[in-house]
Design a protein around this ligand. Structure first.
Ligand SMILES: C[S@@+](CC[C@H](N)C(=O)[O-])C[C@H]1O[C@@H](n2cnc3c(N)ncnc32)[C@H](O)[C@@H]1O
Length: 216
């Protein structure tokens, strides 16, 4: 049976009751837009989902690829225990500066480490002294399959990897899609599903999160 359609009315209900967005995050988005940063962050209900998932896993270490203005970064940091860390890879130095400032204001600066640059290049030489509980991919869509290959080895057994925009703005099933971003997401989903060490699922929240838990 197909799921229940999320009409505007139903989505308003979800946002009213199941949003992780507070005044701080609302203001963060307003300031980000005033600073010229586009509003392409995850949705408030997606953040609630990630926070519940991180708490359920008892996650300490999160790797985020693509952090924009820090909405998801700060949101996830809030779900981590003392000593936990979100390691954020962000291409834009301006965005990184914005994230660091907001992390200080949010009181989670000790839980956020921002690395500036192309995540593919950073990951190529990245050797953390711990494994990650969760990897969240939300950057350039054409890079997702590379990020998948680079980060699965960094995940602990039982850890989760997720890619946002896994429904590709509604075009994921369009075989003739021409956009690079859509094709990037189609390649990513295919590569994720093909990884033998991952048990996968598609969560149709926001623009879709394709996820896999590392079994071995
Ligand atoms: C969709 S936004 C991330 C939204 C963020 N996760 C949130 O929900 O608040 C994508 C981000 O990926 C960054 N990005 C794009 N290409 C990148 C790359 N090659 N390496 C690292 N970051 C990249 C962009 O600068 C942008 O800030």
């Amino acid at each position: 049976m197909k799921g229940t359609p999320v009409t505007d009315k139903v989505y308003d209900y979800i946002l009213e009751h199941f949003s992780a967005e507070d005044d701080f995050l609302r203001t963060l988005n307003e300031e980000a837009q005033a600073a010229g940063i586009p509003a392409i962050h995850i949705a408030p209900d997606q953040l609630a989902f990630l926070q519940v998932m991180l708490k359920t896993m008892g996650a300490r270490y999160v790797l985020e690829i693509g952090s924009l203005a820090g909405y998801s970064t700060i949101g996830m940091a809030r779900a981590l225990p003392e000593g936990g860390k979100v390691v954020a890879f962000e291409l834009s130095a301006e965005n990184a500066a914005f994230i660091r400032r907001k992390a200080e204001e949010a009181g989670v600066a000790d839980k956020i480490e921002v690395h500036i640059g192309d995540a593919k290049k950073i990951l190529a030489g990245y050797a953390p002294d711990h494994q990650f509980d969760f990897v969240f991919i939300d950057a350039d869509k054409s890079g997702y399959t590379t990020y998948l290959e680079q980060t699965v080895p960094l995940l602990r057994i039982g850890g989760l990897i997720a890619g946002d925009n896994a429904l590709a703005w509604g075009q994921i099933a369009d075989e003739d899609a021409e956009g690079n971003d859509v094709r990037g997401m189609q390649r990513f989903n295919k590569a994720l599903v093909a990884r033998l060490e991952l048990q996968v699922t598609m969560v149709p929240i926001g623009d879709g999160m394709a996820m896999g838990v590392k079994l071995f």
